[in-house]
Design a protein around this ligand. Structure first.
Ligand code: SAH
Ligand code: DHB
Ligand code: MG
Length: 229
């Protein structure tokens, strides 16, 4: 076996996984296409990653999901489909144009009633969710502006039930997570996330590196411990 550090091969493998496991359908493809046609960046989770989110949601029996960063609602559709009858996804998107595309995509997916899409910078929307008594959430997917990942993580921790999962995307960032003193605020934020998680007895966490069609990156996975623990 030839070992590979070969992004093209990573993409071929993702294509094999998606093709052989049948990940995706017309509705999801239309959602991606609508984003591309609207000039949005193609930065949604890959199909294998999306299936992982579905599996995690089902594994914790999620009924209430919070997502930071909707884009065209690709990951949102996967999460919403993973929920039982009566389940809800609250998803936060800062860009009104993106939110419009996401709304159309959710409508086409038949999920307009399952997903509560809030437009505005997450840090401005969170106090409103707080005032409404939103949560407690069973699963949180953090995938918005990367400098604020630690802030979103901190807020989420105060609004989840024991046994909930908090998942953050894009924490490894091409391996830059390993760089101390990078002077790059997005990298420092991911390193800071690890420092704060380590010091917080409320969660048990790890970070798993990934390669694939989205290059070298990774997810932080945190499970919320029982308060009595
Ligand atoms: N979760 C999506 C991808 C999200 S991409 C998927 O996998 O399909 C990141 C998104 O976060 C972008 O749509 C961007 O507009 C949004 N975003 C950036 N800053 C934000 C903020 N402060 N609050 C909420 N959303 C933000
Ligand atoms: C970017 C954002 C993402 O959520 C992602 O998964 C990949 C890239 C970005 O902003 O470039
Ligand atoms: Mg992401």
């Amino acid at each position: 076996m030839t070992p590979t550090v070969d992004p093209e091969r990573w993409t071929e493998v993702d294509e094999f996984i998606s093709g052989s496991l049948g990940l995706g359908d017309e509705v999801l493809e239309a959602a991606v296409r609508a984003g591309i046609e609207a000039g949005m960046p193609e930065i949604q989770v890959s199909p294998p990653q999306a299936r992982m989110l579905e599996i995690l949601a089902r594994a914790v029996g999620a009924r209430r999901v919070l997502e930071f960063g909707t884009l065209a609602a690709y990951s949102t559709i996967w999460l919403a489909r993973a929920l039982p009858e009566g389940g809800r996804v609250v998803t936060l998107e800062a860009n009104p144009g993106y939110a419009e595309v996401a709304r159309d995509n959710l409508e086409r997916a038949g999920l307009a009633d399952v997903v509560d899409l809030r437009v505005g910078p997450a840090l401005e929307v969170l106090p409103k969710l707080e005032a409404e008594g939103a949560g407690p959430f069973d699963l949180v997917f953090i995938d918005a502006d990367k400098v604020h990942t630690p802030d979103y993580f901190a807020w989420s921790l105060d609004h989840v039930r024991p046994g909930a999962l908090i998942v953050a995307d894009n924490v490894v960032r091409g391996g830059t997570l390993a760089e101390p003193d990078s002077g790059d605020a997005t990298i420092e934020a991911q390193r800071h996330l690890h420092t704060t998680i380590a010091a917080d007895p409320r969660v048990t966490a790890t970070t798993i590196q990934t390669v694939g069609s989205k290059g070298h990156d990774g997810f932080t996975l945190a499970i919320v411990n029982d308060a009595s623990g």
